[in-house]
Design a protein around this ligand. Structure first.
Ligand code: ACO
Length: 311
């Protein structure tokens, strides 16, 4: 009976065992996972754009090769995640359609422009650093295919974070103009990076439910604090100033205190009104439309093979 199935599901989650695609699961659990995994996949794919813009303008062959590899990794992450969503019964074409029609979200962070090459380094350091903070606990999420995808994704994200930090270290050892570029990029990306973790807990409608199901392992504010604590010493080592006058060590709490991000800005960006939202979606839509012939050819090829014809 449904009651027994629910009990078994809750027991599995309670014992920190994995839910797998063929297991019975409450519809709310399935819907929550599809929502979160699809948003995550969309973020990886849209996230190729801000940095992709710098591939042709990278200052050396070495930097170009690294950036190329990194942007390609993001495509791979998106594809793993769409596959994980498919194990829940989602249809990939439908998810893409929802993205380009603005009905499904992707991370707010990718709606900000990349104005200089230092932005590539800062995205690696801060944005990928925030992504790691958020995603390492997701390796232990209750849904098997999502957790397993996260293991590999996190390894690659760690590499991305280090390449960003190494790039910034190099620039900080350069000319005063290069150091200024780094500081300017840090000033622009710091607050949006804190917003990646989502609204404050008191204003996060999904956290309690997702924590009970062990889809999320920590709240938005817990992860944001962990990110700040991890990043401040790195900023000191790098020699940049984080643009928050409220940032200071609190010995009593054993954590850094920090200022309040502009939550109204986060709401605006999530609802489609950030600096680059329209541009990002238009680019994604155009790429999808230009790729239609590839999908048609692949489908025709598969149909011919299935009918026993020579391909
Ligand atoms: N950007 C866009 N939307 C956001 C953001 C953000 N930074 N933060 C929260 N939201 C959305 C949520 O998706 C939710 O909208 P919905 O209910 O319509 O789906 C709403 O704001 C309320 O937020 P929460 O209740 O806190 O939602 P949730 O429990 O899903 O937590 C979070 C949000 C932390 C982003 C979670 O979904 C998550 O951990 N996702 C996986 C990680 C991820 O997607 N990372 C992508 C960027 S990292 C990268 O690719 C480099």
């Amino acid at each position: 009976t449904e009651r027994e199935l629910l009990e078994r599901f809750e027991e599995t989650v309670g014992k920190d065992r994995r839910i797998e695609p063929r297991d019975w699961m409450p519809e709310g659990y399935r819907a929550t996972l599809i929502r979160q995994i699809a948003q995550h996949a969309h973020s990886e794919i849209i996230g190729m754009q801000p940095e992709g813009e710098w591939i042709t303008r990278a200052p050396s062959l070495r930097r170009k090769a690294i950036l190329f590899a990194k942007v390609q990794d993001e495509a791979g992450h998106g594809l793993y995640l769409y596959s994980a969503a498919e194990t829940l019964g989602a249809d990939r074409d439908d998810l893409t359609e929802r993205l380009i029609s603005g009905r499904q979200k992707y991370s707010s962070i990718f709606n900000y422009p990349t104005l200089s090459f230092a932005d590539v380094g800062v995205i690696g350091w801060l944005v990928d650093g925030a992504a790691i903070c958020n995603q390492v606990p997701l390796c232990r999420t209750s849904y098997g295919p999502y957790g397993r995808a996260m293991v590999r994704i996190c390894k690659e994200e760690s590499f991305h974070q280090r390449q960003g930090y190494e790039l910034l270290m190099t620039m900080m050892g350069g000319t005063p103009a290069q150091r200024e570029m780094v500081q300017d990029a840090v000033n622009r990306w710091w607050w949006p990076s804190l917003m990646m973790f989502g609204p404050p807990d008191a204003d996060s409608p999904n956290t309690a439910r997702s924590m009970a199901w062990k889809i999320k392992r920590h709240t938005n504010d817990e992860l944001r604090q962990r990110f700040v604590d991890m990043t401040v010493p790195q900023a000191e080592r790098l020699g940049v100033t984080l643009p928050d006058p409220g940032l200071r060590w609190n010995a009593g709490r054993g954590h850094y205190d920090f200022g309040e991000p502009d939550w109204a800005e986060l709401k605006r960006v999530i609802s489609g009104d950030g600096p680059c939202n329209a541009e990002r979606i238009a680019r994604r839509r155009a790429a999808h439309e230009e790729g239609a012939w590839v999908r048609e050819a692949a489908a025709a090829y598969a149909a011919k093979r299935a009918a026993g014809g020579r391909a």
